[in-house]
Design a protein around this ligand. Structure first.
Ligand code: G4P
Length: 526
């Protein structure tokens, strides 16, 4: 009985993230999904950049001042008997390494593209990372209620730039003021556009219905029929295997703001996105159906609750059932811990839970013993792999107003780096401390946290570093020579891994050619 129920719990879960460039509509679509999933009752409760009604996650001055969400939340909601775990990815100035790392904890991604803009820089970067992990991708092309680019152009761009085959599932009929609706290639009907429709309120026609001529006008309905014939001939049919291996993406069109087309995306997530998948450990693959509990930490968040000043570790459950009060082994420190107060999240609210299943993300209180990449099991000595550090893209030298606090500064920085808030580098030729980040806001967060949590006043100075790569080589002699000749560009990270801090991309390219038996890594395993 337990087995049957357990398998059912696994198969009904979908764990996914929404990735997009800022302003493409991630917050709007999240809100509409939560609304359709009945997790919120009114629209306008989720905090986006321009929407400050929901202030629960305002845990720091920075966040309040800038009106952005530094915290990453996990949201759980149901849709047609399927339990969705939506992991929010920090998007605006709060873009950080966390945004990348969250992709290691999901089984599918929903990519939002602004129909007027096509693929933008952040989307490109995030998709690159998701491709490394072969994550299946569903694409929603948003804002069709505005003037848009030709849909075929956007699909061409996806195919060329991302090497991802496009499989249109729906197709828009015109856009902007003339937006008439969406043809669903598989349902073989046209859903007529009406602002802010409710699900049961959608009108639809088949292509052959003569009422369509009246609705679209003779010219547009003729054009639409021709265009759809072309589209269905040019693009491939949905192929589950290509989708699951991350080689083809089903494409949907709509308007998140006007609540049009979101239900198609949710249905595809329910129907096509994989249930929780296995994860690779250093010893073996761990499958969700296994009875023994395992999980890994992919994110640590400080100060989610200002009153408690606590740190929360986010754990993705890989196998087994979490039960309140269970004893878990913290593999790295080889200690058993009783977990009695794990919780789940709903748009900022914490809910204590009694049980959770593979695919779920649970929050654990962290009193400084949990690091990103840590594995928890019921005794087995394994470590999940593939929870990486990403080479930072922005660099600053940090220095103190009061130099006597150097020791505390280092302690604070090491702790913050273990949480993934920032990366810390110590050059091999001097005593500077260099910080590296992926999003600029990470620097402000670190200064603020050093001040509040460690009572340290620190400042930054710009530094001539543009790009970084971790260094390794099988050839000790080459490594020795490389170190000797390039010491002014080399530093150690918090795990004592050697990293090359290049002043320019051109410099890095020259060095890579010059030292061809040195490996320059963009990603490093935790
Ligand atoms: P993000 O989280 O990806 O950054 O985007 P967000 O949802 O905050 O949307 C960015 C802006 O685009 C918002 O307008 C939002 O209302 C608008 N938007 C989102 N989806 C659609 C759509 O389908 N059609 C149209 N026309 N607009 C859309 P804003 O003016 O910046 O903010 P707000 O004042 O509306 O909150």
């Amino acid at each position: 009985m337990f087995n049957l129920n357990y398998k059912k719990e696994i198969s009904k879960r979908r764990t996914f993230a929404i990735i997009s460039h800022p302003d493409a509509g991630k917050t709007t679509i999240t809100e509409k999904m939560l609304f359709l999933g009945k997790a919120i009752r009114t629209i306008g409760t989720i905090k986006g950049r321009g929407n400050r009604k929901y202030a629960k996650s305002d845990w720091m001055t920075i966040e309040r001042e800038r009106g952005i969400s530094v915290t990453t939340s996990v949201m759980q909601f149901s849709y047609k008997d399927i339990l969705m775990n939506l992991l929010d990815t920090p998007g605006h100035e709060d873009f950080s390494e966390d945004t990348y790392r969250i992709l290691t904890a999901v089984d599918c991604c929903l990519v939002i593209i602004d129909a007027a803009k096509g693929i933008e820089e952040r989307t490109r970067k995030l998709i690159e990372v998701s491709r490394v992990h072969n994550i299946p991708i569903i694409t929603f092309i948003n804002k069709l209620d505005r003037n848009s680019r030709e849909p075929i152009d956007i699909l061409d761009e996806i195919e060329k730039e991302l090497q991802l085959s496009c499989i249109p599932i729906t197709w828009p009929i015109s856009c902007g003021k003339n937006f008439k609706g969406i043809y669903h290639i598989y349902d073989k009907v046209i859903y007529l556009y009406k602002k802010n429709i409710l699900l049961h309120d959608v009108n639809f026609f088949s292509l052959s219905n003569i009422l369509l001529d009246q609705y679209l006008g003779k010219d547009l309905s003729k054009y639409t029929r021709q265009e759809l014939e072309l589209i269905t001939n040019v693009y491939s049919k949905f192929d589950n295997k290509k989708f699951l291996t991350g080689n083809a993406t089903p494409i949907f069109f709509g308007s998140a703001l006007k609540n049009f087309g979101i239900d198609h995306v949710l249905s595809s997530l329910a129907q096509w996105a994989p249930p929780p998948l296995y994860r690779q450990s250093n010893a073996r693959r761990v499958h969700p159906e296994e009875k023994k509990f395992t999980g890994f930490i992919f994110k640590i968040q400080a100060n989610m609750d200002l009153k408690h000043r606590d740190r929360i570790a986010f754990m993705r459950i890989v196998s087994g059932q979490y039960q309140k009060g269970m004893k878990l082994k913290h593999v790295r420190i080889k200690k058993y811990i009783t977990i009695s107060d794990a919780f789940s999240f709903l748009a900022g609210d914490r809910i204590l839970i009694n049980e959770a299943y593979p695919g779920d993300v649970i929050g654990l209180h962290n009193h400084g013993t949990i690091k990103i990449g840590d594995t928890f099991t019921q005794g087995e000595e394994i470590k999940f792999i593939g929870i990486p550090s990403f080479a930072p893209e922005i660099f600053r030298r940090i220095y103190l107003a009061d130099p006597l606090k150097q020791k505390q500064l280092m302690k604070g920085l090491i702790q913050l780096s273990e949480e993934g808030a920032i990366q810390v580098f110590r050059p091999i030729i001097n005593n500077n401390i260099i910080l590296g980040a992926i999003g600029i806001l990470q620097f402000d967060v670190v200064i603020e946290r050093l001040r509040i949590e460690y009572n340290i006043n620190a400042m930054y100075e710009k530094i001539n570093i543009t790009i970084a790569r971790w260094i390794r080589s099988k050839n000790n002699y080459s490594l020795y020579n490389f170190k000797k000749n390039n010491s002014s560009f080399l530093a150690y990270d918090a795990c004592n891994q050697l990293i090359y801090l290049a002043p320019s991309i051109a410099n890095l390219n020259v060095i890579m050619v010059q030292y061809n038996d040195i490996v320059f890594d963009k990603i490093r395993e935790q």
